[in-house]
Design a protein around this ligand. Structure first.
Ligand SMILES: CSCCC(=O)C(=O)COP(=O)(O)O
Ligand SMILES: [Zn+2]
Length: 209
């Protein structure tokens, strides 16, 4: 079973996200469908420092998250979220990172269960090109029980590309290619940083008036 191309593609994405320092404290996990092995995908090994590039960064698992090859590595503790994405959509790649911006936004808007962006150019990354289009990113509770977290998450996987915030935890995005998944992740993080900067500067202006 050859998945060298997918391995290299996911490794390149992982390296770019590592350059942004988006894998703090071993957080984050990435997955990509292994085209040559139908129903299988590569997922980051659990608990590793994702800023490092090694021969043990990923392992091949089936659509239930079970390793398909002899290994001492454990698949990501959050592999179930990736399995739901690949079972419920035509997505090829899914990315999960914890950033300060996505965590703060998820807490600020967590009670509303979503954050909505409008009149912000970067929502076009999600295909929202209309004058009045809105980007809505759901926010779900961070259940410690992974099957419960994954089941709650799966209710929001109804398109081949998308994003879901997990409150005080991180974001998971997915797309029809590694390129699209990374584009959506970068756009989401831009929008979160934009929103936090806007709120901060607005409160500063109010204090000064
Ligand atoms: C210290 S991060 C806690 C686990 C987590 O949320 C994560 O994203 C990384 O877990 P993994 O098993 O994929 O390393
Ligand atoms: Zn996580």
């Amino acid at each position: 079973m050859s998945y060298q191309r997918e391995w290299e593609e996911l490794s390149a994405i992982k390296g770019e996200l590592a350059e942004r320092d988006w894998f703090m404290g071993t957080s984050g996990n990435l997955a990509i469908k292994a085209g040559s092995a139908p129903g299988a995908f590569l997922v980051t090994a659990s608990g590793k420092d994702k800023r490092k590039r090694t021969a043990e960064d990923f392992l091949l698992v089936d659509l239930d998250g079970n390793p398909l090859e002899e290994t001492k590595l454990k698949p990501s503790a959050e592999t179930l979220l990736h399995t739901h994405i690949f079972k419920r959509s035509q997505a090829v790649c899914s990315l999960h990172v914890h950033t300060v911006a996505n965590n703060v936004v998820s807490e600020l808007y967590g009670d509303q269960g979503q954050i909505t962006f409008k009149n912000q150019e970067l929502i076009k990354a999600f295909g929202k090109w209309g004058q009045d289009d809105e980007l809505i990113i759901p926010i779900i509770p961070n259940y410690a029980d992974i099957p419960t977290l994954a089941s709650t998450f799966s209710h929001h996987v109804d398109e081949d590309a998308g994003a879901v915030l997990i409150r005080n935890h991180g974001i998971t995005v997915w797309g029809r290619s590694g390129f699209e998944a990374k584009k959506l992740l970068e756009a989401s993080e831009f929008l979160f940083q934009y929103q936090l900067s806007l709120l901060s500067l607005k409160s500063t202006v109010q204090l000064q008036s």
